[in-house]
Design a protein around this ligand. Structure first.
Ligand code: GDP
Ligand code: IMO
Ligand code: MG
Length: 432
């Protein structure tokens, strides 16, 4: 009864969706345990490109059931849109295939308005986070403050209506008085949520019980991470983080499972490093070098946000941060994505340590919250000119690319068990 966990080892967008899709071929259930539609997970199947924000990527496989766990925050309007789009792409969307935890929290337009107003206000004082503007922070704030709207309310239209009206009225006070923004109409929002309830009520489930039952029957369950380790509320680059727990600890509280089920804990990392939003980034590249890693936007995988379209900041793979991710998640192996993007570079770089005030650090003395004082110490390795997107085994890779992977294994102390050389399902190397 294995639970295999897929975790973003960086600042998100590592290719979790792509790796989840690959592993979901053998899975019976795929579950999201944290975050909301701030996530953007891309799955490429031939000419079809699926962009998933709330539904687990495994849903693309007809045999897998998708679970939205209690650790998530769900915008029902966005979920219904996503369900519609998937249905048009030929994916079966039904309560048999999709289960929403009764304990997940609902995002409302009031949360979205608050998120955006807060960012505008923070940008005036220079401490903007660069959020996705999806209402994530305010929804988790309401959850912690014990005034959130849980998905189980969708089963009780009368209570839902009262709670939504009360919630919008309360939020209006903050919107108007603190941020000088226009209020929302509580009755109109309540009517919208009554309509959402009619469409979503049949999906509400005790997902902890469901997952226990499936695991006990011997099913393979995948936990699909959203965001990444460095965006974790506790373990990330605070305050430039999201408001949930993308690290492996979040799996158990976000799904209602005990750690005894965990089997593989796979850290997904790009062969380089990217970040969207604000905050220090020690290996960040600038100018032509950054543009080369980012791409122009002509390829679907170029480094522009799936959710917001923002250009991602790009740099070199940071082993100090990767080792940190390995530690806080208890990773058992690495999946390396986008190796193909590095083809054609004369040299590639790996950050092995930091310096600050003439001292060298291979571990962060106080965690990653304040990376600003640190400068990256990088190793330069020879690059390779050959395309690698057609490689299917290690021996197909040029020696310099193999050397690069070996060096990542040596510096991280973990085996690289999957090497992705393109977005397509078959563009994968599974070293023995
Ligand atoms: P996620 O949020 O971690 O699921 O990652 P995103 O979907 O936001 O971003 C990863 C992007 O890279 C997507 O467009 C994927 O299709 C693409 N991708 C994943 N693996 C590879 C790879 O090995 N090579 C290339 N070229 N693209 C990849
Ligand atoms: P996936 O699952 C990359 C970033 C935002 C911002 C910070 C807080 O596709 O990897 P939020 O809206 O969550 O309050 O924003 O977190 N962020 C992501 N960056 N990939 C993501 O998801 C992200 N989800 C949030 O850019 O810096
Ligand atoms: Mg993404």
């Amino acid at each position: 009864m294995p639970l295999d966990i897929i975790i973003g080892a960086q600042w998100g967008d590592e290719g979790k969706g792509r790796i989840t899709d690959l592993l979901a071929e053998r899975a019976q259930v795929v579950a999201r345990y944290s975050g909301g539609d701030n996530a953007g997970h891309t799955v490429t199947v031939g000419r079809r490109i699926f962009k998933l924000h709330l539904l687990p990527s495994g849903i693309v496989h007809p045999g897998a059931v998708g679970v939205l766990g209690n650790g998530m925050v769900i915008n029902p309007a966005r979920l219904l849109d996503e369900m519609d789009r998937l249905s048009q792409l030929g994916v079966e969307v039904s309560p048999r295939r999709i289960k929403i935890s009764a304990g997940a929290h609902l995002i409302t337009p009031a949360h979205v308005a608050l998120d955006r107003a807060d960012e505008v206000s923070r940008s005036k004082t220079g401490d903007k986070i660069g959020t996705t503007g999806r209402g994530i922070g305010p929804a988790y704030t309401d959850k912690s403050a014990r005034r959130g709207l849980r998905a189980e309310l969708l089963l009780d239209p009368e209570r839902l209506g009262d709670r939504v009206v009360e919630h919008v009225r309360q939020t209006n006070v903050t919107l108007e008085k603190i941020y000088g923004q226009p209020p929302l109409d509580p009755v109109a929002v309540a009517a919208e949520y009554a309509a959402h309830a009619r469409q979503l009520a049949s999906y509400i489930t005790d997902t902890s019980l469901y997952l226990h039952q499936r695991l006990s029957e011997g099913a393979l369950v995948l936990a699909e991470g959203a965001q990444g380790t460095l965006l974790d509320l506790d373990h990330g680059t605070y305050p430039y983080v999201t408001s949930s727990s993308p690290t492996s600890g979040g799996v158990f509280s976000g799904l209602g499972l005990g750690p005894k089920f965990a089997n593989r804990i796979i850290g997904v990392t790009k062969a380089f490093q990217t970040r969207v939003g604000e905050g220090p980034f020690p290996t960040e590249a600038f100018g032509a070098e950054a543009e080369r890693l980012r791409g122009t936007g002509e390829n679907p995988w170029d480094e522009f946000g799936t959710t917001t379209g923002r250009p991602r900041r790009c740099g070199w793979l940071d082993l100090v941060l990767l080792r940190y991710a390995i530690r806080v998640n208890g990773l058992t192996e690495l999946a390396l994505t986008k190796l193909d993007v590095l083809s054609g570079l004369n040299t590639v770089r790996l950050c092995t340590a930091y310096t600050a005030e003439e001292k060298t650090y291979t571990e962060l003395p106080l965690g990653p919250a304040d990376l600003a004082p640190f400068r990256a110490v990088c190793e330069e390795l020879p690059g390779w000119s050959e395309e690698v997107s057609g490689a299917r085994q290690l021996a197909d890779l040029p020696p310099a690319a193999r050397n690069y992977i070996r060096r990542i294994e040596a510096l991280s102390g973990l085996p690289v068990t999957l090497i992705s050389v393109g977005p397509e399902r078959n563009q994968i190397i599974r070293p023995d």
